[in-house]
Design a protein around this ligand. Structure first.
Ligand code: SF4
Ligand code: SF4
Length: 372
């Protein structure tokens, strides 16, 4: 079992049982049962290790109802999210799979994206952007931006290309990063998918990957080095590059964008990868913008609810969490909710529509593009 790797952590938690991880766990708050918290899952893991529990269909919800938001990890010294992912891998390995996760994984294998979209339309957004086949820097677009928010992705790419960054793009040949596979426990598929990506990157001479999707960013920057011994590519999130380009005067936000905005920290960019300040620095450099923080921000930011396979398997819970976050955004008096994660944006878009919220959702690169 994969959880054996975390035996020390599992027993440390079982002896401690402090519960700091539960205080603001969005799923525990919603469901109200211990088994849906990290502490509860540590108990389940011990039960599995000791053979008191067997992998079963009944355990699926307890293990899968988690947004992998890493709030628990920010309150605890143990491998909280990794243990949830290992539990999921053990359930999948024992044949217990969530049907929506499995469908998403099969779609990735068939069409390189989990959204039931044709592979040959992946690059439709990029038609009038001049990419270069001779640079070793790759723009990795991911699945969600191209199919769901193509215009925002175009703004991101144009900001870089029009301001002197040479970028390669694999177009319709680009494959999914495999985040859904890894986070929902389909580990063998993740590794197979990763090998294909690495071959494609190497064939294109890639040495550096730039991406705007926090999920892809985490997968390439943190997970590929763990799973693929010889992975040596530099990986950077677009906010880090763009913030630096603004500091160096290579991107000059000058047209005023008169708006009061609030910024949502995507869990995979913020708590997971510790990128909190660059997005704020970008907003602060746009003339006319007033940034108002939500009550929960940076390490304490509330999750949008969509991550870790939640949007596929538990859409009602996911959208409820997004509605709570939208309410928090509204309470700042902001007219725009700005973020930079297409998965958060997908979920917020629904939450704003379902709750008739007056707040406008805008991608960070889109709002910057309006000023340049
Ligand atoms: S997971 Fe960490 S924070 Fe939660 S109960 Fe266990 S030791 Fe405490
Ligand atoms: S990752 Fe987030 S949703 Fe999952 S147990 Fe931790 S705090 Fe709760």
């Amino acid at each position: 079992m994969r959880i054996e790797e975390y035996e020390d952590d599992i027993y440390t938690c079982n002896r401690t049982r402090c519960g700091f991880c539960r205080t603001d766990c969005p799923i525990y708050q919603e469901m109200g049962f211990e088994s849906y918290s990290c502490r509860g899952r540590m108990l389940i893991a011990r039960g599995l290790l000791e053979g008191i529990l067997e992998p079963s269909k009944e355990l699926l919800d307890c293990i899968n109802l988690c947004a992998t938001c890493a709030y628990c990890a920010s309150k605890c010294a143990l491998s909280n999210v990794e243990i949830t992912e290992a539990l999921r891998a053990d359930l999948v390995g024992a044949g217990f799979k969530d049907e929506y996760h499995e469908r998403g994984v099969e779609e990735i294998k068939r069409n390189s994206n989990p959204y039931l979209k044709p592979k040959n339309e992946r690059a439709a957004w990029a038609e009038d952007i001049e990419f270069s086949k001779t640079t070793d820097t790759l723009l990795y677009a991911g699945c969600t931006y191209p199919y769901i928010f193509p215009d925002w992705l175009k703004s991101s790419a144009k900001l870089l290309v029009d301001n002197g960054v040479k970028l390669n793009y694999l177009g319709n040949e680009e494959d999914c990063c495999g985040s859904l596979m890894l986070t929902t426990g389909f580990l063998d598929d993740f590794i197979e998918n990763g090998k294909k990506n690495l071959d494609a990157f190497r064939n294109a001479g890639v040495k550096r990957i730039i991406t705007g999707c926090p999920g892809c960013y985490k997968i390439f920057a943190e997970e590929y080095p763990k799973y693929f011994d010889n992975f040596d590519m530099e990986v950077e999130h677009i906010t880090k590059l763009v913030s630096r380009m603004i500091d160096e005067g290579k991107i000059k936000p000058s047209k005023p964008v008169e708006a009061v905005v609030t910024y949502h920290d995507p869990c995979h960019l913020g708590r997971h990868m510790k990128v909190f300040e660059e997005p704020r620095r970008i907003l602060e450099r746009i003339p006319g913008i007033e940034l108002r923080e939500m009550e929960h921000n940076r390490f304490e930011a509330k999750c949008c609810g969509a991550g870790g396979g939640m949007m596929a398997a538990y859409p009602e819970v996911a959208v409820k969490l997004a509605e709570k976050r939208v309410k928090e955004a509204e309470a700042t008096g902001a007219e725009m909710l700005v973020t930079i994660c297409p998965i958060c944006e997908f979920n917020f878009e629904r939450a704003i529509r379902y709750s008739d919220s007056p707040i406008k959702l805008v991608d960070l690169m889109e709002i910057l593009k309006r000023s340049v």
